[in-house]
Each structure stands twice: as structure tokens, then as C-alpha cells.
Design a protein around this ligand. Sequence first.
Ligand SMILES: [Zn+2]
Length: 94
Amino acid sequence: MAYSECKWCYGNGCNQCETERRKAVAKWEKDGPQPIFTAKLDDPDAMQALNRVCGREALVEAFGPDGRGVKDIELNACIENMLDILKIENPIEG
Ligand SMILES: [Zn+2]
């Protein structure tokens, strides 16, 4: 049985899928579900990022005819989280 979040086959199905699924379930049971994205209400940049993750346009695109639904929202969140990390590690002067 293929596990869609398998780090080895990315959900295509491999002999590690069941192990990866079990690891994910164990982590989820231990730590609880984690938010895919968080934004401070008083940070305009964060609120713009939130809009790009799950604002109206993002939702229309994700759940439209060519969208991939929740996978697109997760991808948006991933991109914004990466941009946030890059911003922290490489602050722009001025
Ligand atoms: Zn796999």
C-alpha cells in the first residue's frame, strides 16, 4: 500500500511506504498535528504571506479545474515557510 508522504517514493509505492506511514502516525500521536503555516496578525508581511497560502486567489486556484486541492495549499505554505527562513538567514540591509 502506497503512503502518499513517503520520503523514498513520494507516494508511488515502495517497500518503505508502510514503515514511513507508521513513523508518521507515531510522530503525530506523540506531537499532535502541527500547523502548516502561522502568521502574526500584527505583521503585514506575514499577513500577505498568509494570503498567498490560503487567501481567496490561492483557494480558487487550488480548488479550480487545474488545481490539486489541499496539496497546493500545503505547497504554498511550504514555499512561504522557506521564504521566511531565507529572510531570517539573509536579512536585506536598509
Ligand atoms: Zn514509498
